[in-house]
Design a binder for this molecule. Structure first.
Ligand SMILES: Nc1nc2c(ncn2[C@@H]2O[C@H](COP(=O)(O)OP(=O)(O)O)[C@@H](O)[C@H]2O)c(=O)[nH]1
Ligand SMILES: [Mg+2]
Ligand SMILES: [Zn+2]
Length: 296
């Protein structure tokens, strides 16, 4: 049986559902013992080689192809875009946004900041975010799931990619997906009541949309930084600091309280966002604390 290529869309109890994207057909597989012996655990999103079963019999997952990105928690592979959704209401948590951008960059995933509900504040939140995040090499899109504005641009950003929508509750993630895909996911209070009950049992799964893929997974909003993340690595996830860092007096410089720090000077004059620098220091403090206690 010649090997076929597909992508894992679900994996529950050792059974993997794999989709051959060319023919749009799904197959149920088990992983070969060889993969287990090599400690290769298949993840949702993985591109794999497989042999199909016949009739009622499952087929075999033979090999996992190299990953472009992967995260342990939530356990997903080959995400291209982490779409961070914020809105004027509920009040945006930009520390969470920055935390998720750091996480995405470290995992090899491109962040995309989606400012939803622009119909509510006339685009004021979008305007406030646009410059700071453009400098941070994070594209920012003004959107309204309610009146449909910006959805074409969002669609264009996601074409051919695998995306996960993340963000606080009630910012409009489900509404955006509904508007984008013509789905009818529950939204608002109703959805949150059912979500609470479902949360612990939910598994990640991949949905096929109009020209792109959506990773449906809980857990991106509860991010903690991983073990072994050294404080001095944090600035690597801040492209907006990069032009200034070489001018810092000390190297390495954590861009916090060191004398002659060019990054802090740029934040003082507003060349880079002062708010983003302040949140950077908060994340740095959290990492330091974790680093100090790393052998506990
Ligand atoms: N005014 C306005 N309300 C929105 C928009 N998008 C979503 N909402 C409302 O915000 C609430 C939360 O939306 P929902 O999609 O459930 O958010 P989720 O928790 O992030 O999935 C619902 O009452 C939606 O009708 C928008 O673009 N404009
Ligand atoms: Mg929702
Ligand atoms: Zn510095």
């Amino acid at each position: 049986m010649p090997c076929m290529t597909g992508r894992i869309v679900r994996g529950v109890g050792g059974l993997y559902t794999v989709r051959d994207e060319e023919i749009g057909q799904e197959f149920v597989l088990r992983a070969r013992g060889k993969l287990r012996r090599e400690h290769k655990t298949p993840m949702v999103g993985d591109l794999v080689l497989f042999s199909a079963g016949s009739g009622e019999e499952h087929g075999w997952l033979e090999e996992i192809l190299p990953r472009s990105s992967w995260c342990v928690r939530p356990p997903v592979a080959n995400l291209d875009v982490l779409a961070l959704v914020i809105a004027p209401v509920p009040q945006p948590d930009l520390l969470l946004v920055d935390r998720m951008i750091v996480f995405a960059r470290r995992a090899g995933i491109g962040p995309l900041l989606c400012v939803n509900k622009c119909d509510v504040d006339g685009g004021a939140l979008f305007a406030a975010c646009e410059e700071a995040y453009a400098r941070a090499k994070t594209p920012v899109l003004p959107l309204s799931a309610r009146n449909g504005s910006g959805l074409d641009a969002l669609h264009a950003q996601l074409c051919g990619k695998t995306v996960c929508f993340a963000g606080q509750s009630a910012v409009g993630k489900s509404s955006l997906l509904n508007a984008l895909l013509g789905l009818q996911l529950p939204t608002g209070e109703v959805s949150r009541k059912t979500e609470r009950g479902r949360h612990t049992t939910r598994h990640a799964q991949l949905l096929y949309a109009d020209g792109f893929r959506v990773m449906d997974t809980p857990g991106f909003s509860l991010l903690g930084f991983e073990e072994g993340f050294a404080p001095e690595e944090l600035a690597q996830a801040y492209p907006d600091f990069e032009p200034y860092a070489p001018s810092c007096r000390f190297a390495p410089c954590l861009h916090d309280r060191e004398p002659g720090c060019a990054v802090r000077a740029a934040a003082d004059t507003g060349e880079i966002s002062r708010e983003r620098w302040t949140r950077y220091v908060a994340l740095l403090e959290e990492l330091r604390e974790k680093w100090r206690n790393r052998y506990d």
